[in-house]
Write a protein that binds this ligand. Structure first.
Ligand code: FAD
Length: 309
């Protein structure tokens, strides 16, 4: 993920979101669902999208309003999702919808695997974003979309805990993307500082520039070690939610700082499209927002520290 993002974040994030969309079937699907769906999902034959956010419920995801009404042998889905990465191009939507009654809160949410070909499913035109133009982000509508009972992943009411578990792991992917973007910017800045001369010297010889580079490099290394440590905890079956939130927070804030400083080191050229510095800066920004804003990461970390999670 880190390598992909250092070349092109849209690809890194695409893989990260696809993995997020596969997570519920892999972790909570029954044997039939896993056998029939996983080979094409993990083999990359089918592209996935993850539909949690809605126009009026972003950070407060448990307030989502899309409904899935039981019909006897399946569900009728009605509502709209916002900000769906791969909306309109995905082959399937991993959807979180309300099966509980009013006031059911986070316990009334269920998870569904909805093929994009389902009648009543359609995407709006892609959002016009600051960056990541090659990664389509669109609202997706579900107008009386009918799915059979096998579309339900896990049990009714389990959806929100599935969504949070997926995001815990997804944050490691976003952190890795942040480090990739930051490393690409650092490499560009260091190279430029050796080649650009002012006052008869390479600008990297000036302490003002070399200290900036030293801080950037230190932050990138620290961010990498943080997400790798969280990933190792996950691999060995230890709790990793707090570390994943810390890694996402630190790595993506680092990406923002390092890419901004790279534009500064490139001077006027950094502000042009002749160099990738400005693209990296625009890419870094979205990482502070997706899969829980960095304010939400602080909330998650705070809850762990105060014993509320
Ligand atoms: C390019 C892109 C791709 C995306 N892809 C997907 C996707 O594939 N699937 C999906 O489900 N979603 C996706 N999202 C949505 C993304 O997860 C949300 O934008 C994000 O969770 C924030 O929600 P919001 O935009 O509604 O902001 P809001 O929740 O309205 O937040 C607005 C501001 O208030 C702050 N805030 C909110 N609550 C608190 C609080 N309690 N304490 C402190 N600060 C707070 C936030 O940090 C933010 O700064 C995508 C977004 C973008 C931009």
């Amino acid at each position: 993920m880190e390598e992909l993002a250092s070349g092109w974040l849209a690809v890194g994030l695409g893989v990260s979101v696809h993995t997020l969309a596969c997570f519920p079937v892999a972790g909570y699907g029954d044997e039939d669902q896993r056998a029939s769906l996983l080979p094409d999902l993990i083999g990359g034959e089918l592209l996935g999208a993850y539909c949690l956010s809605e126009a009026h419920s972003g950070s407060d995801a448990a307030a989502l309003a899309t409904r899935a009404t039981p019909t006897g042998d399946g569900y009728l889905i009605e509502g709209g999702k916002a900000w769906t990465t791969h909306g309109g191009v995905a082959d399937f939507y991993t959807l979180f919808a309300r099966t509980g009654g009013p006031g059911s809160g986070s316990h009334g949410i269920s998870c569904f695997h909805v093929p994009a070909s389902t009648g009543g499913v359609r995407a709006d035109p892609p959002e016009r974003k600051m960056g990541m133009s090659s990664s389509p982000t669109a609202a997706v509508r579900f107008d009386e979309a009918s799915v059979d009972g096998r579309a339900l992943i896990g049990s009714e009411g389990q959806g929100f805990s599935i969504a949070l578990a997926a995001l815990d792991s997804g944050r490691l992917g976003i952190a890795a993307c942040g480090v990739g973007v930051a490393q690409a910017a650092l490499d560009l800045a260091a190279d430029y500082s050796r080649r650009r001369h002012q006052f008869g010297r390479a600008i990297g010889d000036f302490q003002g520039v070399s200290f900036l580079l030293a801080d950037m490099a230190t932050q990138v290394e620290a961010a990498r070690e943080l997400y790798l440590a969280a990933a190792r905890s996950r691999d060995s079956g230890r709790p990793f939610g707090k570390q994943a939130a810390m890694a996402k927070l630190f790595a993506t804030d680092t990406a923002m700082r390092v890419t901004t400083d790279t534009v500064q080191i490139l001077g006027g050229y950094g502000y042009t499209r002749d160099f990738p510095a400005e693209r990296l800066m625009r890419e870094a920004k979205v990482l502070q927002i997706v899969e829980g804003t960095n304010q939400i990461q602080r909330m998650v970390i705070g809850r762990h520290l105060s014993g509320r999670q």
